[in-house]
Write a protein that binds this ligand. Structure first.
Ligand SMILES: NC(=O)c1ccc[n+]([C@@H]2O[C@H](COP(=O)([O-])OP(=O)(O)OC[C@H]3O[C@@H](n4cnc5c(N)ncnc54)[C@H](O)[C@@H]3O)[C@@H](O)[C@H]2O)c1
Ligand SMILES: [Zn+2]
Ligand SMILES: [Zn+2]
Length: 366
């Protein structure tokens, strides 16, 4: 198959022929149809991620069709449409059984090292193993993944829309719907209007928030936020907290969300939450070693801080439901797709992202 391989950190990906072995027990062979290009792919490609490894096939925002299943696979069959999950759901571990978290423990260790659950890889070149990325490796025509890391979706969903739910969009939606569980009639503030922040804006709207303020540095992105349900917008920067306090009678918002990855903005998100019950949900991923600075008095007076990984979404159960809401017209995802590119153009996808040109480039496999 053809795949985009990260050979050397800091170098462009090399699209080339590699071998893919048959799915083993509990594994599934998927033919990719669409795949988003995400910051996490670029972060690893750049070499900035200290836990990164190479060579590996990048990509983790995939949607496609089940081609073949290995032994002991009961929940998926050839022809099923699926979304890839970097955050799996085994359904049996202590975390999967608890409604309070989506952090499945089943395959974490091997996945973090770039292997399938049995500690080996299915991708190779001249019989040398190439590692899997985030358990997905979807910058490729095909991938082999654990059954527990694939969500079966409605075949009516366009693949290019479905793939957005594999990462950033579900993260933002879930931060509002699951982690914060925004109450109807609330005032919400979302810092950052990338894929995650725009998803959070949409999530606040779906929870019937009354007021949704979006904060970003880019006027174009703030306009997209209005399309997702933002009622007010603010230009980000030093005066953002004051502006929010002013808009809320001096109190701050019932719910704030951080989707920038900048620890100074995380602090602003805490400071913009109201006393008594304000909840700040952090979704952004900070740089290694960075810390969040919070004045403890803000917490004693009733503000709370929560973190959210993949929006608290239990992927196999909830990604299909989010996609159903998309099909029902509740979430307008078309504005998120700014560029449609081929696998050979994957490095251009990175360039567009670095230039903040659009929200998502989606690779279409023909
Ligand atoms: N928690 C998770 O599971 C999860 C999943 C995916 C992504 N993320 C993280 O979420 C964050 C956002 O991801 P994204 O894909 O939306 O990124 P993005 O870069 O597309 O969006 C970030 C936005 O923040 C804005 N911004 C920058 N500085 C700002 C400031 N001072 N005030 C207001 N806005 C500011 C930028 O203009 C940009 O629009 C990243 O840190 C990413 O790593 C987390
Ligand atoms: Zn992603
Ligand atoms: Zn589990």
């Amino acid at each position: 198959m053809r795949a985009a391989v990260l050979e050397e950190f800091g170098e462009p990906l090399v699209v080339q022929e590699v071998e893919l072995a048959e799915p083993q027990a509990g594994e599934v062979l998927v033919r990719l149809v669409a795949c988003g290009v995400c910051h996490t792919d670029l972060y690893t490609a750049s070499g900035a991620d200290p836990s990164g490894y190479a060579p590996t096939v990048l990509g983790h925002e995939g949607a496609g069709v089940v081609e073949r299943v290995g032994p002991d696979v009961a929940s998926l069959a050839p022809g099923d449409h699926v979304v890839t999950l970097f955050s799996p759901q085994c359904g049996e571990c202590i975390h999967c059984l608890d409604p309070r978290t989506n952090l499945c423990l089943e395959i974490r260790e091997q996945q973090n090292k770039g292997f399938l659950p049995d500690g080996t890889t299915r991708i190779s070149r001249d019989s040398d193993g190439i590692r899997h990325f985030m358990g997905c490796s979807t910058f490729a025509e095909y991938t082999v993944m654990p059954e527990i890391a694939l969500a079966k979706i409605d075949p009516e969903a366009p693949f290019e829309h479905a793939c957005l739910f594999a990462c950033g969009l579900s993260t933002g939606l879930g931060a509002a719907i699951n982690t914060a569980a925004v109450r109807a009639g609330s005032t919400c503030v979302v810092f950052g209007a990338g894929m995650v922040g725009l998803g959070a804006v949409a999530g606040c709207r779906l929870q019937d928030a009354e007021r949704i303020v979006c904060v970003d540095l880019s006027p174009d992105r703030l306009e997209l936020a209005c399309g997702q349900g933002a009622t007010d917008t603010i230009e980000g920067g030093e005066g953002a907290v004051e502006a929010i306090l002013e808009m809320t009678g001096g109190f701050g918002a019932d719910y704030t969300f951080e989707a920038t990855g900048n620890v100074a903005v995380m602090r602003q998100a805490v400071e913009s939450a109201r006393m008594g019950w304000g909840l700040c949900t952090v979704a952004g991923v900070a740089g290694k070693g960075e810390t969040l600075d919070v004045v403890p008095r803000l917490l004693i007076t009733g503000r709370r801080v929560a973190g959210s990984s993949f929006g608290g979404v239990k992927g196999r159960d909830q990604v299909p439901l989010l996609i159903d809401r998309c099909l029902a017209g509740e979430i307008d995802v078309e504005p998120f797709i700014s560029h449609r590119i081929s696998l050979d153009e994957v490095n251009r996808g990175f360039e567009l992202m670095e230039a903040q040109d659009g929200i998502r480039s989606v690779i279409e496999f023909s």
